[in-house]
Design a protein around this ligand. Structure first.
Ligand SMILES: Nc1ncnc2c1ncn2[C@@H]1O[C@H](COP(=O)(O)OP(=O)(O)O)[C@@H](O)[C@H]1O
Ligand SMILES: [Mg+2]
Length: 240
């Protein structure tokens, strides 16, 4: 049975631009399940980033409800929302958002420090995560010494550090060459296999085939929803 980890109901969002109001999301309803790779796809300006920020409790919707693992996000102040994010979400941003003066290991340790994990334990866990994403040789490298794809993998390791049930990434492959993009997607798929929900905003058709579900947005509305057959051999239903 699949478990719903996030429900968004009747989400609308309006930005105020001086005297003008621009509604960029209209009555969006989404359920996100543990273990799936869900893509939010659509052309530039269709509202993907706004929606991801609302789902990730980084932005309050103008109206509608977001419920994360049974907890209602609406009505919370910014501190309570931050606590919710820390507990339930990992984020990977397109610009990676790594600290340039910290090594790969230290960048991952930051996420654990926020949770109050002690330094020694944080270092061990950070190193183990970086080895897992294939950066065992680059533990002490600074972001400037890493390629785009390697930086992205540090960001993925950092987002996973606290073991959050939901991972969110905004255009994670847009700046990567095909091979690095594929590697990053393999990591996301592996996380989904471990029952994390992975939500990816993208307009990169190179990764569509890796999704379990694709929700297409246009002008702030869901226009289409595709469900792919499960691609992992051990999860295919046996014929006999
Ligand atoms: N902070 C903001 N203030 C005003 N308008 C915004 C803001 N952020 C995004 N928008 C507008 O909202 C629409 C959707 O943007 P966005 O969610 O970034 O779409 P996407 O990620 O699909 O490109 C666009 O028309 C954009 O210009
Ligand atoms: Mg965007």
């Amino acid at each position: 049975m699949t478990q719903t980890v996030l429900t968004a109901a009747n989400i609308t969002h309006t930005y105020e631009l001086g005297p003008h109001q621009v509604t960029v999301l209209h009555d969006i309803n989404i359920e996100i399940r543990a273990g799936e790779v869900l893509l939010l796809a659509g052309p530039s300006g269709s509202g993907k980033t706004t929606l991801l920020q609302i789902l990730g409790c980084l932005l309050k919707p103008t109206s509608g409800q977001v419920i994360v693992c049974g907890e209602r996000a609406s009505g919370r102040d910014s501190e309570a929302l931050a606590a919710l994010r820390l507990r339930y979400f990992g984020f990977v941003f397109q610009a990676y958002n790594l600290f340039p003066v910290l090594t790969a290991t230290e960048n991952v340790m930051v996420a654990l420090d926020l949770l109050g994990v002690g330094k020694q334990q944080a270092m061990e866990r950070a190193r183990a995560l970086l080895i897992k994403v294939g950066l065992g040789e680059r533990l002490d490298s600074y972001p400037s010494q890493l390629s785009g794809g390697q930086r992205q993998r540090v960001a993925i390791a950092r987002s996973m550090a606290a073991g959050p049930p939901i991972l969110m990434a905004d255009e994670p492959t847009a700046a990567l060459d095909a091979e690095s993009g594929q590697k990053a997607m393999q990591l996301f798929c592996a996380l989904a296999k471990q029952n994390h929900a992975v939500v990816i905003v993208t307009h990169d058709p190179r990764i569509f085939h890796l999704a379990d579900r694709i929700i297409h947005l246009e002008d702030g509305r869901i226009t289409r929803c595709e469900t792919a057959p499960r691609r992992w051999p051990h999860e295919k239903e046996s014929a006999g």
